[in-house]
Ligand binder design. Structure first.
Ligand SMILES: [Fe+2]
Length: 390
């Protein structure tokens, strides 16, 4: 059931989207349109191995667009790495950024943009709207589906001294443009396709059920859930299935657009410290937590959870509203099983102590992200969720 349109809300999508198979070929003309002189490309070794970066460089060279490629991006980019990339950005006199890759490359490009225009250590900009100056433009080219970072106002960087993943949220972090070329998804490894798809599903479900949801984010979120329900299995099974890749690309971006305003909640609150403390990859951490958090939240809005069940392809005819709502949790569990994603920390050979889980629960609480959760959470509640995935 939609929120009453009587409720006030804000919505804006600030990133110009260029979507299509082989859309990457239009990048030189897009760069020319914005008038950049030299672009700084943030990318990683996986993109080099897949040949994606070489394709990008050949396109730019042929068109006479000046560029510098930085391929040093690591998974879970650190503040220190972003600072090093920023020094290269300045040294090579670039005036715009391209983030090509998964969330790590895109978040690094956003981080360099912040560092190029704002003094001091990036950790002081943690939180919402703390960045004084808008940095150079960023063009995002996602190669996973995905984090949604291609359109969101967020970058997540690791403070390795504190073993802490911090979120920087600001209107200055919206990419100027996103080039969505589903062809780029076809070289993603199967395991990455599965867990990044679960990240997108977490964005869609968390924003759809959050207490900040509003009609436009609900529309984006529910549509993304439907696309993921239909296309994540075939996409993970065979990434060369271009139809599935197209729909997953769209789902990822729409789920990202949904959570700019609809927000994300308890799943992401816990998954960030789980990544920071135990090194669990973001999509995998969300996959562990999503069914647990859904079970915690389901009673807050049976209609919405029934909508999710239907969007995921469940037949709820003849069921009570409550039973239909609970089908959404089963549907997510079945999806995780079919994708062969582990469901516990011990299955990942992780044996955190009670004290470590207490710290993670506390950091999840301190992140402030649970304020968008449809049901209030205490540290004790978050700790109990962690116990369920132990
Ligand atoms: Fe996420």
């Amino acid at each position: 059931m939609m929120n009453l349109a009587l409720d006030a809300f804000e919505f804006g999508l600030h990133t110009h989207i260029y979507y299509g198979v082989n859309k990457l070929n239009e990048l030189p003309s897009i760069i020319r349109k914005y008038g950049y002189n030299k672009v700084f490309i943030c990318s990683d070794k996986g993109i080099v191995q897949s040949g994606g970066l070489q394709r990008l460089e050949a396109l730019l060279s042929e068109a006479g667009v000046a560029f510098y490629s930085c391929t040093e991006v690591e998974p879970d980019p650190t503040i220190e790495m972003v600072q090093r990339a920023k020094n290269l950005y300045v040294e090579h006199r670039c005036d715009a950024l391209i983030g090509m890759g998964g969330g790590s490359s895109i978040d690094t490009a956003k981080g360099v943009s912040v560092a190029a225009a704002n003094p001091g250590d990036l950790s002081q900009y943690e939180g919402k709207d703390k960045i004084p100056n808008k940095g150079p433009d960023v063009i995002t080219i996602p190669t996973t589906a995905g984090t949604g970072s291609e359109v969101t106002h967020a970058t997540v960087l690791k403070d390795s001294k504190r073993h802490y993943k911090m979120g920087i949220l600001s209107a200055h972090l919206h990419a100027r443009a996103a080039v969505l070329d589903p062809q780029l998804l076809t070289t993603v490894p199967r395991g990455v396709a599965a867990v990044t798809g679960m990240d997108a599903l977490s964005h869609a479900i968390e924003s759809y059920t959050s207490n900040q949801a509003q009609p436009i984010t609900e529309a984006f979120g529910l549509y993304a859930i439907r696309l993921i329900g239909r296309h994540l299995r075939p996409f993970a099974a065979r990434r060369a299935d271009l139809t599935a890749a197209c729909h997953m690309m769209l789902a990822s971006t729409m789920a990202g657009a949904a959570f700019i305003w609809g927000r994300i909640a308890a799943v992401h609150a816990i998954s960030h410290p789980l990544g920071g403390r135990l090194g669990v990859a973001h999509g995998l951490a969300n996959s562990l937590l999503l069914p647990v958090v859904m079970r915690y939240n389901v009673g807050t809005n049976y209609e919405k959870f029934r909508d999710i069940a239907v969007a995921l392809g469940e037949n709820v005819e003849g069921l009570s509203l409550r039973a239909a709502a609970e089908r959404s949790i089963t549907a997510v569990e079945l999806l995780i099983r079919d994708l062969e994603i582990p469901t516990t920390l011990s299955a990942l050979d992780l044996k955190p102590s009670d004290e470590e889980l207490n710290v993670i629960a506390q950091e999840a609480m301190d992140s402030g992200m649970t304020s968008a959760n449809p049901k209030d959470c205490t540290v004790k509640d978050l700790r109990a969720m962690l116990e369920q995935i132990r």
